[in-house]
Every structure is written in C-alpha cells, then in structure tokens.
Design a protein around this ligand. Structure first.
Ligand SMILES: C[S@@+](CC[C@H](N)C(=O)[O-])C[C@H]1O[C@@H](n2cnc3c(N)ncnc32)[C@H](O)[C@@H]1O
Length: 242
C-alpha cells in the first residue's frame, strides 16, 4: 500500500465547505443529480452520470444480494448519493455518517427516515447493527492506520456483509494520477489537488485485515467512469447459520 497522507487533513476542510444552497434546502425533495454533484462526482475524471450511477448501485445491490427491508449503513456517505440510488431499487432502512455536516443535512433531507450523523469515520458506533455496512469512494481519504481501524468497526457493525467500494489500486497509482491530471486543465488540477493526497491499497491488504473471512474483490463496476480501471472494490461476507 502506498500513501503520502497529509496529517493536517485538508480534505476535511474541503468536504466541510459543501452543502445545499438555500434554494435546495428550501426544496422538499432533492434529486439524485444534486446528491451526486454534492458528493463530488460531477467533474473531471470522477464524473458519473445519474444513469450510470443508478446502474452502479444496481450492480452492487445484486452483489450484496440486498432485498426490500434490509438495512444498509454507509461510512462517509456524504449527501447520500449512493444510499439514495440503492433505495431507488427497493425500500431499505438506511443510515450513515460523514464528517461534513452540510452533506449529512442533505442526506437527511433526501432520506428523511434515515439515521444520519455528522461524525468522523473513526467514531463509527458498532451498534446498532445493520445488515450491510458499506463505504463508497471514501477509503482513499483515510490514513492506512485509520483505514485498518474503520474496517474493523465496519465488520463489527455488520450482521451480514461489508463492502468497500471504489478504492484506488496501488498497482495503478502512477497511471491514475497521470490520467487525473490530464482530465483537468493545469490550473484546475492545481486548484483541485494542491497538497491533497490519496491513499492507495491492494486487495491483499484488505484481505489481510480480515484474514479468516471470505471475500470477493473485483474491478470497479461503474459504467463509463474514467477512474474504473484504477479502482477496485472488495466485499466480505459473514458466515450465515441456519
Ligand atoms: C467522494 S465523497 C463520497 C460520498 C458517498 N460515499 C458517495 O458515494 O456518494 C467522499 C466522502 O467521504 C467523506 N469523508 C472522508 N474522510 C472522512 C472521515 N474520516 N470521516 C467521515 N467522512 C469522511 C467526505 O466528507 C465525503 O463526503
């Protein structure tokens, strides 16, 4: 695994600036497009269209064998774009946390029955349990030590499975950073990424953290996503009895 993670977390300052505009806050219903944009998938190499986002959520929902009435908690849920798309397929009980209070307010507005908390992933409460605990496009903001801790907490919180999705693959770090730079103008790149770093992982690192557990690692399955080839996802399933 490779990381040049800055100890003073500038990413946190950036995410904490995000939130609904007064006009959006006054609207009762929020659209998936708004949530996707708030969660940062609206520009450069990270851009994902709502149609592709819904297909991505459907694929992950199938892999996790989610059914109506299941409960899903997301670590680093942001404005809840991923959870929201999952609930568009079938009714789910949802919850999530994110350190950006403005994004959590958006998630709560989009999914009023959900249980959302503005807090750091390190403080993830193991209870209440949820059937499935996920983290989409979040682990690269963690230091390796933090990632190891959050993964264990996710595992303890889940009754059935955990999913860590859209994780930058260490084997592709150089190519990925070159592509991200090419997707933006020099000025945009400097503006967006100055002093900001991502942590890159391997599936083997995750497997080693939960060594006795069955896992399924696969390439990112977001359609038409420029970063797909540099990302992987990994699911861990608990043995089910009876
Ligand atoms: C790219 S967005 C993804 C949001 C959401 N998971 C989704 O798929 O739409 C990354 C999110 O991770 C959150 N995040 C990063 N580090 C975090 C931490 N240590 N604790 C809580 N949230 C964190 C950011 O605030 C941001 O909302």
């Amino acid at each position: 695994m490779s990381s040049s993670f800055a100890s003073d977390n500038r990413w946190q300052q950036i995410w904490e600036k995000r939130g609904l505009t007064p006009d959006q806050a006054a609207q009762k219903a929020l659209t998936l497009d708004t949530l996707i944009a708030l969660d940062g998938f609206d520009s450069g190499a990270g851009k994902i269209s709502p149609v592709d986002w819904q297909e991505y959520a459907r694929r992950i929902s199938d892999k996790l064998q989610l059914h109506a009435g299941d409960s899903v908690f997301e670590v680093g849920c942001g404005a809840g774009a991923f959870l929201y798309a999952l609930t568009q397929h079938q009714p789910l009980a949802v919850g999530g946390l994110d350190y950006a209070a403005g994004l959590i307010a958006a998630a709560q507005q989009a999914m009023p029955a959900g249980d959302f908390h503005a807090q750091s992933a390190d403080d993830l409460a193991v209870e209440p349990h949820y059937d499935v605990v996920i983290a989409n496009s979040v682990f690269h903001y963690f230091s390796p030590e933090q990632a190891a801790k959050v993964l264990q907490l996710m595992w303890q919180k889940a009754s059935r499975a955990i999913a860590v999705l859209d994780v930058p693959h260490a084997d592709t770090q150089a190519a990925c950073e070159r592509m991200r730079r090419d997707a933006l103008s020099e000025a945009e790149y400097e503006e967006k990424y100055r002093g900001l770093h991502h942590t890159y992982y391997t599936p083997a690192w995750f497997a080693a953290q939960l060594s006795a557990v069955n896992h399924d690692a696969f390439e990112s399955c977001v359609p038409n996503y420029a970063q797909s080839q540099y990302r992987f996802s990994i699911l861990f399933h608990k043995p089910q009895h009876g």
